[in-house]
Structures are given as structure tokens and as C-alpha cells.
Design a protein around this ligand. Structure first.
Ligand code: FAD
Ligand code: E0Q
Length: 469
């Protein structure tokens, strides 16, 4: 049997902790160095989003680690996006065809702590409060610094960087070889606000559409307030609160974070532009003033690895904008691929790292592109008549020709087909939908059977295995 390399992971966030668990389950000796203190002792000090959407790709990775069921016990199901248009219209746009196609709102901190527990239970050794400071790839040694600045050395073995978009391992690798790092800022930032549990809100404000229990608005949805150049969204938390995220240009003409420098101006803007949302955020001023603005960018690299010595995974290799809710899901998918490759060829680190990039990079590039496109779609199109007509036509065709039409959103969110396939298939389908709508501007008058036949003639059938196990 080939010798399994010792593995040193930098970063015990979502992707690092899951990767550590999987490798330990396959018999690798794994150590993790995490900059922050142990969240299970110190309380979670995470700067970023409070909850996230978990979809099939992420679930599959959790399933392979034996953790999916436990995670879902603490998750809130989301059936679709609830659109709150400026004129008060809107409603639920289902994500899938039925309740077998839903996504899940999970708490980042609870998920991270669960993954740390699971990794530890599989034998992973964690070192918290230990930040990567530098690396000597030739000697295979790294230097780590604790909060006081004291440093220690560690004999690394195979180094895997899961230390996020600002990866310290990536910076150390760049000193050694050109990685071709490109960071494209979106120019938009985000800020998080809270809708508390319904029982703390004045009763008059609660959603008219029936009793939502502890929740002020429909719990089983991702809420969107699209406003053209910007938007708010809200994801439910299991306790009954929602985390609202405002996405807005960072600088430039009103409205931007630059023209909303304090809570008073921001409140007036919300009163005008998000008048139905503002009353649900009783601590608006404290949230707005107290929570930092995060910036959004896409990260592209030419090289994710240094020969057989070091590899970047998750956001460290391919951070994307959050508008498809796939960053964590994509990083979780990375962990399945890397575990499979390392397990198959434990003695050939150089080959495994190169093969990992060969498989994953086209897919990371594809979801990066789709996530950028989805911002425009979310903030602009979800309330647009042409978009709605296309969506409705797509849904009817998916019913009539399920082997030939599956909305791109569904390919991304509910299947394991490669992201690059979803992007390309989406292009082909989109062109045909546009063609059908162009030829018949009244969407109600389309001959659906003829349209379905056209799809069957002009598109190859979808793979039969949408979710291979
Ligand atoms: P991170 O979560 O950033 O973890 C990196 C870890 O490395 C951290 O624990 C950090 O402390 C540690 N670290 C950093 N530097 C060092 C160092 N020098 N030494 C040691 N440790 C270090 N994704 C989804 O799938 N669904 C969503 O709905 C979603 N919503 C999002 C909303 C927003 C506003 C944002 C910004 C992102 C969203 N994402 C979403 C993306 C998701 O947050 C990331 O893709 C995911 O967190 C990546 O995980 P990671 O482990 O690679 O990186
Ligand atoms: C999802 C689920 C932050 C965020 C997370 C998401 C989604 C969106 C808009 C945003 C995309 C969608 N979406 O509704 O199409 O599906 O995760 Cl902004």
C-alpha cells in the first residue's frame, strides 16, 4: 500500500473543516491551523454572512461525510424566492418543480461548529489561534503566529489552503511562483441587518398571508426586494429571525454606500425604497452603524498549486460573488473531488494537484460567470415581464420535454452535472426560448407541443444521471 502523505490544512472554515473530515475518514493524518479562536469556546467571531443557502452540491458533499441529515435538522427549507417588487406586487417563484427541489438556509456558525466536531471525531487535530505567517515550500516547513505574535514552525507534509478569499497560503505561494492572481471587484458591497422573531415585533406588521408562527414573513422562502441597481434579500433562521442583506454600489451616485454614510440617511432611504421592509427591522440604526460593509469580488488564478507541495481550494482558489448562493456549495464540491483523487493516488501528490485543477477550474470559472449574471437577474429581472414570460415558458417546456429542458438554475442548484455543462446548456436553452418568444410575442398563444418538438430536435438529451451517487 502506498504511503499516505501527512496533510496540513490552513483554515478551519466551512471548506477546510469538511475537507479535513473527509481526508481523516479516508485514513489520512490531518492537522488544521485556524487563525481564529475555537468558535465552540470563544463564540463565533465570523465577519461574514450569518446564514447561507445550502443546495444539492453541498448536500452531496455532506452526505459523503455522513453529515447531511444532522445539518438538515437545523436548516430551514426554502421553496423559492419571494419577490417584493417596488409596486407591492410579487409572489413566490418556485426554485424547482416541486418540494423535492428546494434549498436550505443554514447558520454559518452552527455549520462550522458541527464540521469542527465531526472532523475532530474522525481524528483531525486542530490548532486554533494559529495564523499562517510564511512558508518554505522546498523545506516543507511553515511558520505560524498566534495572537500575541509569537511564532512556531511546523513540518507541513502536503499543504492545502482553505483559508478563504484573502488566503495567506496563496500569498506565500505567490512569492515562490507566479500564480496569475486576478481580483475583479464588483464595485458593490453588502451589509447585514436583522428581522427579529415575530413575537418581538408589533402585531400589526406581521404578514397578512396567514399565521407565520415565529416568523414575521414567509419562512420557507428566500425573500428579494429587487430595485434595479441594488436590492435586499432575506434568509430565514431556524429561531424565527431573518438575516437581511443590502447589496448596493460601494461608491458613486445615490444610492450607494458612499451616499448612505450613517444610519439616519440610510433609514430615510429605506423608508422611501424599502418601505415594507424597514418596519420589520426594529434595530435598523444599530445594525446599520454597527455592521461593517463587505466588498464583493471574483478571484481568478492561473495556478492553484505548487507542484506536489501546496494546493488552494474553496474561496482561496476561486472566490465568487454570492448571487447564486453557490460559493460554499462549490467549495464543498471541491472537497469531494480532492478526496477521491487523493484516495485513488495517495503517492502521486503532483499528479493529484494538477488533476484537481484540471477538473475543477473550468467549473469554478463557470459558476463565477453565472453568479455575476445572477446579480443582474435578481436585482432587475425577477420583476420584469419578459423574464417572467420566459420563466413560465421554460417551466411548461420542462414539463412537456423533461429530457430536453431543465432551467439553468435547476441544473446548478439541484444536480451534480458540472457547472460548465450548466453554463453551456443554459446558453443553448436560452437561445431557443428567445427564438420561440420572438416568433410568438404573445406567450399565451405559443403552441407548446410544437415548441417541445423543436427543443427535442435541436437539443441533445440531458444526461440521464442528474444526481449520480
Ligand atoms: P472561509 O469561509 O472564508 O474560511 C476561511 C477560514 O480560514 C476562516 O476560518 C479563516 O479564519 C481562516 N484563515 C484565514 N486566514 C488564515 C491564516 N492566515 N491562517 C489560518 N487560517 C486562516 N455560499 C453559498 O454556498 N451559499 C450562500 O448563500 C452564500 N451566501 C453568501 C453571502 C455573502 C454575503 C458572502 C460574502 C458569501 C456567501 N457565500 C455563499 C459564499 C461562502 O461564504 C464562501 O464560499 C465560503 O465561506 C467559502 O468557504 P472557505 O472555507 O473556502 O472560506
Ligand atoms: C439562491 C440561494 C446571497 C444569495 C444567496 C442565494 C441566492 C441569492 C439571490 C443571493 C439565487 C436565486 N439565490 O434566488 O436565484 O438560489 O442562495 Cl443574493
Amino acid at each position: 500500500m502506498t504511503q499516505r502523505p501527512r496533510i496540513t490544512l490552513i483554515g478551519g472554515g466551512l471548506v477546510g473543516a469538511l475537507q479535513a473530515r473527509q481526508l481523516a475518514q479516508h485514513g489520512f493524518a490531518v492537522e488544521v491551523f485556524e487563525k481564529r479562536p475555537d468558535p465552540r469556546r470563544a463564540g463565533f467571531l465570523g465577519g461574514r454572512s450569518i446564514n447561507l443557502a445550502l443546495a444539492e452540491r453541498g448536500l452531496r458533499a455532506l452526505r459523503t461525510a455522513g453529515l447531511a441529515e444532522t445539518v438538515l435538522e437545523h436548516a430551514v427549507m426554502m421553496r423559492g424566492r419571494m419577490v417584493h417588487a417596488p409596486d407591492g406586487t410579487g409572489g413566490l417563484q418556485r426554485y424547482g418543480v416541486d418540494d423535492s427541489e428546494v434549498i436550505w438556509s443554514v447558520s454559518r456558525s452552527a455549520l462550522n461548529m458541527l464540521l469542527l466536531d465531526a472532523a475532530e471525531a474522525s481524528g483531525v487535530r486542530f490548532h486554533f489561534g494559529q495564523s499562517l505567517a510564511s512558508a518554505d515550500f522546498r523545506q516543507g516547513r511553515i511558520q505560524l503566529a498566534d495572537e500575541s505574535g509569537a511564532t512556531r514552525e511546523h513540518d507541513a507534509g502536503l499543504l492545502i489552503g482553505a483559508d478563504g478569499a484573502g488566503s495567506a497560503l496563496r500569498m506565500a505561494m505567490e512569492k515562490h511562483a507566479a500564480l496569475g492572481v486576478r481580483i475583479e471587484s464588483l464595485g458593490h458591497g453588502y451589509k447585514e441587518l436583522e428581522i427579529p422573531c415575530a413575537d418581538t415585533l408589533p402585531p400589526g406588521l406581521l404578514c397578512e398571508s396567514g399565521n407565520q408562527g415565529r416568523f414575521a414573513i414567509e419562512p420557507h422562502a428566500l425573500h428579494i426586494w429587487p430595485r434595479g441597481g441594488y436590492m435586499c434579500i432575506a434568509l430565514p433562521n431556524a429561531e424565527g429571525s431573518f438575516t437581511v442583506t443590502l447589496f448596493l454600489p460601494a461608491t458613486g451616485s445615490h444610492p450607494s454606500f458612499a451616499t448612505l454614510p450613517d444610519a439616519t440617511v440610510a433609514r430615510a432611504f429605506f423608508a422611501a425604497d424599502f418601505s415594507d421592509l424597514l418596519p420589520l427591522i426594529p434595530r435598523f440604526d444599530a445594525d446599520y452603524a454597527g455592521h461593517p460593509m463587505g466588498m464583493l469580488s471574483t478571484l481568478y488564478l492561473d495556478r492553484w498549486h505548487l507542484d506536489g507541495h501546496a494546493l488552494l481550494i474553496g474561496d482561496a482558489a476561486h472566490a465568487i460573488v454570492p448571487f447564486h448562493g453557490q460559493g460554499m456549495n462549490c467549495g464543498f464540491e471541491d472537497t469531494v473531488t480532492l478526496t477521491e483523487l487523493l484516495n485513488a493516488e495517495p503517492g502521486d501528490s503532483a499528479g493529484v494537484l494538477a488533476e484537481f485543477q484540471r477538473i475543477r477550474q473550468p467549473n469554478a470559472d463557470a459558476i463565477a460567470a453565472m453568479a455575476l449574471e445572477n446579480y443582474v437577474e435578481m436585482r432587475d429581472s425577477v420583476a420584469d415581464p419578459h423574464y417572467l414570460a420566459k420563466r413560465a415558458l421554460g417551466a411548461k417546456l420542462a414539463e412537456r420535454a423533461p429530457r430536453h429542458f431543465m432551467a439553468r438554475y435547476r441544473l446548478v442548484t439541484f444536480t451534480h452535472l458540472p457547472y460548465a455543462y450548466a453554463l453551456e446548456r443554459g446558453r443553448q436553452q436560452e437561445a431557443l426560448l428567445e427564438e420561440i418568444l420572438r416568433d410568438s410575442p404573445d406567450p399565451g398563444a405559443i403552441d407548446l407541443d410544437a415548441a417541445a418538438r423543436m427543443l427535442q430536435a435541436r437539443l441533445s438529451p440531458l444526461p440521464t444521471q442528474l444526481r449520480h451517487e
